[in-house]
Each structure stands twice: as structure tokens, then as C-alpha cells.
Write a protein that binds this ligand. Structure first.
Ligand code: FAD
Length: 457
């Protein structure tokens, strides 16, 4: 088995993620006395956005729900450790399992397991063409360190190339203007697999749908404690033991180091009176869809402006500024401690203009258009960002790539973000849940196959 990775190291968006994995009827749930089942998981996933999700790809959603617990066990067997499960409404019971200490742990453990299992991992190998013979995909062509190379596949080719949020042409072709203009968290998510499969006749589904863009603060230039922790197997296990047994309050200082990642401020701040100005200090909208409005502003950069009253409201519970799924809410006091680089105080609009280089009349007009008074507090810069796109290759329950007429592209499989089969995954933990589940199932099935199936359908 060969794994071809275009970057110098494996990791992809998975390594940039928080790392939560949502699963039902798991050993972690049972240990806490939580009774759960796959049918309830499917029903609750629909509750995230009933109109959008119902009917997208129900059989794949059921597959994910049914297999999610086995996926978690499989990851645990490979040495991945988790904390949780944590609640995330509308899930009726806690189902979110958070990887310890960070998402690089998936990469470290699965890399070890692949090498141990005899997988040849070739990095700096960019797949640029599928090799098709007699209608069957029998291999790939790749540029390895710039040199042409062809790899024959005995059992099949699995596309696992992630989403297309980093590809500006594909965003412009498929998404709204604001999503097309938003900043991708992972500019390397180039949608290569989508294009390779489409060239081979595959159907692409729900390419115009996604959840976002979202307002996000830039990541801190300094990595946080959780990011700095090594992913040694024994250390992860020890950390999981601590995380699962120590009262959450004691863990707060540690989880707060998540503030260094791309945190997303809540729209509630706007509903309480904060305003959003662009890089020139102009208030350009009414903050009804702040991320979509900001995406279309010069360089997609903005600042949240609020006053002492709002600052006091968001300084302590219950009004948080952002969440880190399941484990932490972050308040203004946490930002003061963890991300002082994002906070500026100004005595007046004039003072604010001087600090940010805004035109004084422009920022004064922005403040006048609001109910803000007294000292001003600025949180930012903030960007309109895309986490992942949802549009993907059509696949069946065996992860076989499908044409629009329902026939299979023989020898070709797709998993993870590129192989969502049109399934829309709103809510935390579902993307990684699907990526790990689909990858596990496709890998296991192919390992059991003698050679590329002569008739896939
Ligand atoms: C900030 C952030 C936080 C997130 N947090 C969560 C979370 O907590 N829980 C959750 O469920 N989801 C989360 N997500 C989403 C989730 O991380 C992704 O949906 C998931 O990791 C995608 O996995 P994947 O294996 O499909 O793709 P990737 O992890 O992106 O892997 C694709 C790999 O394919 C390689 N590749 C691409 N094209 C080629 C080519 N032509 N040749 C060779 N190699 C190629 C890439 O370099 C990459 O290494 C988050 C995303 C972001 C950006």
C-alpha cells in the first residue's frame, strides 16, 4: 500500500483542527453511564439544520452513525487518547470525544500504524492524474519532488485529498461571493481530488453549500501549551487520564491555551450592541451576517468595537466571546490573559483613530451610528474565514466513486472531506468522525480485496 502526500509531511487540515470526534454508543459513553445509539445520533445531526441536512445523503449519515463507535475503538487501539464525551446541543447526550492533547496526535499514531503495517509513505508527491485503462482506474500519475512518476494500484485508488476551501477558482465557481472572498484557514486545501474525480466522470454534489464563512481571529504567533505538547504515546495516555479524572475547573488554564488557534467570536456580541468596522474604520453593515459582510470588505479584515458596558457583560459567565468545543468558554478576561495582542482600549473615537490609523471622522461616524459610549474596546483584527467546504464527490456506502447516473467509476474510492458524498456535516466532531470512519472502512475493504474489482456494479 502506498500513501502519496503532496506536502513535505502528512497532516492536512486534520492537523490544523481542534480534533473533536462525535460518536454514538462508545466505550467512553458507557463508562459514564450514558446510553446512546446510532439512530439517535442520525436524528440529532439533522437537528443542526433540518431543512438543509434532510435528504442530503441519508445512507452515508447512517453509515457514519453506525460505524462511529467502532472508529473510536480503532483509534484507541492505535494509541489515540481522548477526553470526554462532552455535550454539544442539539445532541441529546454527550457525544463529543476530544483528542488529547491535540489533533496532531491522530497524525502521529496513524502514521506509526501505517509504517508498522508496511505502508510506503511518499511525501512531496503531488498526484496530478488518474491512470485509467479500459474504464478502470488502475493507478495515478504524480510529480514526486518535481519528477514524473506513475504508481500502479493493485486494489484501487482512494482519494483522501480533503476539501477545496483553499482554491480561489473553485470557490468562485461554486460558492457565494462572500464565501469566495473569505480567507481559508488551510490554503493548501486545493480540491485536487474533486477535479481528478470529475475528470474521470464522477459526480460532484452540493458544491454550492457550506457552513460559513465565520468571523475568526488570526492564530497567535506563539503556539499555546496544548500545541507545544509532544504527541508521545505514553504522554497522551497520561494526559487523557488526567483530563478524564480532574475537575474541569483545574483544567481551565490549560484548555485556555486553545485561544491561540483560530477562535470565532460569537454573534451575540453584536446583538448586545458591539459594531464591526473594516480596515478603514468604516461600519459597513448592520452586523446581521457579519462574516458574509466582512468578506466583501477590503482585505476581509475588520475589528469588533464595543464599550465598557458590553466588556463587563462578556468578561465573565454566562456571556462568552468564543467556545472551544466542549471544554471551554472563553471570556474577555481570558482574551486579556491569553491573547492580549487582540485587545486595544481607546478613550475616544479620536484616540482609536490615532491607534489604528483610521480617519477620525470615519470612526467617529461609525461610533455615532451605534449606542456605544465612553471608553472603547477593540477586539481584532478579525477575518471572514472558511473552515472547510462541504461539496464533495458522490460515493456509495462502500466509498466507491459514483457518476451522476449512479454507476461507479471502477477502481476509484473517495473518503474524508473529498468523499462526503454530498453529506453536509454541521456541528463539531462530524467531519473528523466521517474522515476517520470512511478512511477506516475503505482501507479495510481494500486490504481484503485481491485486486481491482472487475465489475464494481
Ligand atoms: C481550524 C479548524 C478546526 C477544525 N476542527 C474540527 C473538529 O474539532 N472536529 C471535526 O470533526 N472537524 C474539524 N475541522 C474539520 C476537519 O479538520 C476536516 O474536515 C478533516 O480533518 C478533513 O480530513 P481529510 O482527511 O478529508 O483531509 P485533510 O486532513 O486535509 O487531508 C488531505 C491530505 O491530502 C493531501 N493532498 C491533497 N491533494 C493531494 C494531491 N493531489 N496529491 C497528494 N496529496 C494530496 C493534503 O496535502 C492533505 O495532507 C476543523 C477544520 C479547521 C480548519
Amino acid at each position: 500500500m502506498i500513501l502519496l502526500e503532496r506536502r513535505p509531511a502528512v497532516g492536512g487540515t486534520t492537523a490544523l483542527s481542534i480534533g473533536s470526534l462525535t460518536a454514538a454508543d462508545t466505550s467512553y459513553q458507557r463508562r459514564r453511564g450514558i446510553r446512546d445509539n446510532a439512530d439517535d445520533l442520525v436524528e440529532d445531526m439533522w437537528k443542526f439544520d433540518e431543512t438543509l441536512l434532510t435528504g442530503d445523503a441519508p445512507s452515508l449519515r447512517r453509515l457514519y452513525a453506525r460505524e462511529s463507535s467502532a472508529t473510536l475503538d480503532w483509534l484507541i487501539r492505535h494509541g489515540v487518547a481522548f477526553a470526554g464525551p462532552f455535550p454539544e446541543p442539539p445532541h441529546r447526550v454527550p457525544r463529543m470525544h476530544n483528542v488529547i492533547p491535540n489533533s496532531r496526535s491522530y497524525i502521529a499514531r496513524l502514521h506509526e500504524a501505517a509504517v508498522k503495517g508496511g505502508v510506503l509513505i511518499v511525501t512531496r508527491a503531488e498526484v496530478d492524474r488518474l491512470v485509467v485503462e479500459d474504464g478502470t482506474v488502475v493507478g495515478v500519475h504524480a510529480a514526486v519532488d518535481g519528477e514524473d512518476a506513475e504508481f500502479r494500484a493493485e486494489r484501487g485508488v482512494v482519494l483522501a485529498s480533503g476539501d477545496f476551501s483553499g482554491n480561489s477558482d473553485m470557490r468562485a465557481e461554486h460558492l457565494s461571493n462572500s464565501a469566495a472572498a473569505a480567507v481559508p484557514v488551510n490554503p493548501d486545501a486545493q480540491g485536487f481530488g474533486h477535479r481528478l474525480a470529475a475528470d474521470a466522470g464522477a459526480e460532484l454534489k452540493n458544491m454550492d453549500l457550506l457552513f460559513g464563512p465565520q468571523l475568526r481571529f488570526p492564530a497567535s504567533p506563539k503556539p499555546g501549551l496544548l500545541d507545544r505538547l509532544p504527541t508521545w504515546r505514553w504522554l497522551c495516555r497520561l494526559e487523557a487520564l488526567v483530563a478524564n479524572n480532574v475537575p474541569p475547573a483545574l483544567l481551565r488554564p490549560v484548555v485556555k491555551s486553545l485561544l491561540v488557534s483560530h477562535m470565532s467570536p460569537t454573534d451575540t456580541m453584536f446583538r448586545r450592541g458591539a459594531i464591526l468596522v473594516n480596515a478603514k474604520g468604516e461600519r459597513f453593515g448592520k452586523e446581521e451576517s457579519p462574516a458574509a459582510e466582512l468578506a466583501l470588505q477590503p482585505d476581509g479584515r475588520g475589528f469588533l468595537v464595543f464599550d465598557g458596558r458590553i466588556a463587563a457583560e462578556f468578561d465573565t459567565p454566562p456571556q462568552h466571546i468564543s467556545t472551544a468545543p466542549g471544554i471551554a468558554f472563553a471570556y474577555l478576561k481570558d482574551y486579556r490573559k491569553g491573547r492580549p495582542d487582540l485587545i486595544t482600549r481607546a478613550a475616544s473615537p479620536k484616540d482609536l483613530a490615532a491607534k489604528f490609523g483610521f480617519d477620525p471622522a470615519t470612526i467617529a461616524a461609525a461610533v455615532d451610528s451605534s449606542d456605544l459610549s465612553g471608553e472603547l474596546i477593540v477586539l481584532g483584527p478579525v477575518y471572514s474565514m472558511l473552515t472547510v467546504t462541504e461539496g464533495s464527490i458522490a460515493v456509495d456506502e462502500e466509498l466507491r466513486v459514483l457518476r451522476a447516473d449512479g454507476s461507479t467509476v471502477r477502481g476509484l474510492f473517495a473518503v474524508g472531506g473529498v468523499g462526503q458524498g454530498g453529506m453536509l456535516l454541521k456541528g463539531h466532531g462530524h467531519h473528523i468522525g466521517w474522515a476517520m470512519t470512511s478512511g477506516r472502512l475503505a482501507g479495510t475493504a481494500l486490504a481484503r480485496t485481491a485486486s481491482v474489482p472487475a465489475t464494481n456494479k
